[in-house]
Design a protein around this ligand. Sequence first.
Ligand SMILES: C[S@@+](CC[C@H](N)C(=O)[O-])C[C@H]1O[C@@H](n2cnc3c(N)ncnc32)[C@H](O)[C@@H]1O
Length: 256
Amino acid sequence: MRAPFLYRKSIPFFYEKSPVEFQKDRYERYDPMVIRQTALHLADDLWKQYPLQPVLDFAQPYLPAAPRTIVELGCSVGRWIATLAQKYPTADCWGLDFSYQLLKQAQDFWVDKKEIQLDTSRLGFAGIKSIPGQKLDNLNFGLAKAADLPFADNSQDLVVHSFLLDRVANPATALREHFRVLSSGGMLIFLTPLNFQEAGLWSTYFPPIKIHQLMTHLGFTVLDWLEDLEITEPLDARGNAVVWRTIGVVAQKQTN
Ligand SMILES: C[S@@+](CC[C@H](N)C(=O)[O-])C[C@H]1O[C@@H](n2cnc3c(N)ncnc32)[C@H](O)[C@@H]1O
């Protein structure tokens, strides 16, 4: 694994994020982005159930029997990779993201077992919510770009991400990088709404079959492909919500 440039509060930075990049990144704003992500991923009882459970359910049938190495990209506050770290206690698990504030929340909660005091009044709920942290010894968090991973070639048995591919600058470069780090037989599982922010990305990657073609071109064997998986992201106590129409993809790196 590549050595980090620096550590901040014991979180390794595998990318030297500039002050301008920090300033531009809305996920570096504690209020409201970190609060929203924390509420969405760690405060299930606000919503009666974990809102992104459909992501985990989609992946479930394809999870390898005994992966040695697992990485989640764009892991936010770490819910999916923590679930995998719990399922596979002997696997070496990494959650990587581009936002330090989200990673800090993830590290505090899943590694350092700190209780989170979440002010839910911004979302219309009653006041501060305490969520007790956990300690997962096989889980690490680090700052990296999804298209420039700190891992060696063929080193990861499982790569997952959700709501990420339409947020990276170049999805093709990112997918090529995921292929590079996957081991032979390794699995890539991801969901994305393909809600691109730039016209150029829409013309290159829409309709979704273009992503399928790209993956085949990169060498992936696509094992499952869904185009209409609806995932509801709750917004507040009032019941407002966004419905995302995602594609769900399961692909394998099959070599020789
Ligand atoms: C829409 S959020 C999704 C978070 C979480 N995976 C989920 O499903 O709710 C996008 C996440 O990807 C991260 N991100 C954005 N661009 C990234 C990049 N190039 N590399 C790694 N993470 C990135 C953001 O910091 C944020 O945590």
